[in-house]
Design a protein around this ligand. Structure first.
Ligand SMILES: Nc1ncnc2c1ncn2[C@@H]1O[C@H](COP(=O)(O)OP(=O)(O)OP(=O)(O)O)[C@@H](O)[C@H]1O
Ligand SMILES: [Mg+2]
Length: 223
């Protein structure tokens, strides 16, 4: 589903953010990306999302080599990937429901379809009562759930989530993980970047560990 071979990525002339990254994530897997702050977790997710382009190496999404794909083709590829950003990136001037329905507006879906899908997603994350609120009037945990609803409202086969429980208390974190597990149970490939915590140490799921831009363990699934 997601394959990377010897991927290098740097921001301008700075030292590289990703160095020789090789990994493979299969369809319907649930994988954690972990490592200390600055290790490259966000950079790795952004590279998978094609928000950052790699300097060298190969990236395959859905079996298609996308490392050198034209910028103009990226929006189409991205429709198959849901992304929850570390800082949410919710539009402050749009309501919760408008934020969630944005993908459908972009592709010009019929009004009725947008409303139906948005309501379904709101119900799923338990935020029907916040439909007409603006994101900044929502708590951190609520904004996090809006970001997740927005990322999966169009049923993408891949969901990338960057620190989806950052700053949340343990109870809210469990709720967010329950949502991500539900998405994964529907057959979606889920990749979650998260700081190293005791919690990750106890998970049964695969953990890809990064240090200073390199994969130090877990890049390939043990057979
Ligand atoms: N937009 C940027 N421009 C230049 N350098 C960047 C940029 N974003 C990240 N970096 C650098 O790339 C490296 C990896 O950063 P990244 O944000 O991917 O780490 P991270 O593992 O997600 O950290 P955190 O746990 O703090 O979120 C760091 O050295 C960082 O300073
Ligand atoms: Mg990060």
């Amino acid at each position: 589903m997601i394959q990377m071979y010897h991927v290098h990525m740097s921001y301008g002339s700075d030292s590289p953010a990703l160095t020789d990254v090789t990994l493979r994530i299969d369809k319907a897997e649930f994988v954690f990306i972990t490592g200390p702050s600055g290790a490259g977790k966000t950079s790795l997710l952004r590279t998978m999302y094609l928000a950052e382009r790699c300097d060298s190496g190969q990236i395959l999404l859905f079996g298609q080599n996308v490392s050198r794909v034209k910028e103009s083709k990226i929006p189409f590829l991205r429709r198959k990937i849901g992304m929850v950003f570390q800082d949410f990136k919710l539009l402050p001037t749009r309501t919760v429901s408008e934020n969630i329905g944005l993908v459908y507006e972009i592709i010009g879906a019929p009004r009725r379809e947008i409303v139906r899908r948005t309501q379904q997603a709101l119900r799923w994350v338990g935020l029907e009562h916040k439909a007409h609120a603006f994101p900044l009037k929502c708590s951190g945990g609520e904004q996090q759930r809006v970001a997740i609803a927005r990322a999966v409202v169009h049923d993408p086969p891949i969901l990338l989530a960057d620190e989806p429980t950052g700053n949340l208390d343990p109870v809210l974190s469990q709720e967010i993980y329950a949502l991500l597990n539900e998405v994964n149970a529907r057959g979606v490939t889920v990749v979650v970047a998260s700081h190293d915590t005791g919690w990750i140490g106890r998970t049964q799921k695969r953990v890809i560990r990064l240090e200073r831009g390199r994969v130090v363990s877990g890049g390939l699934r043990e057979k």
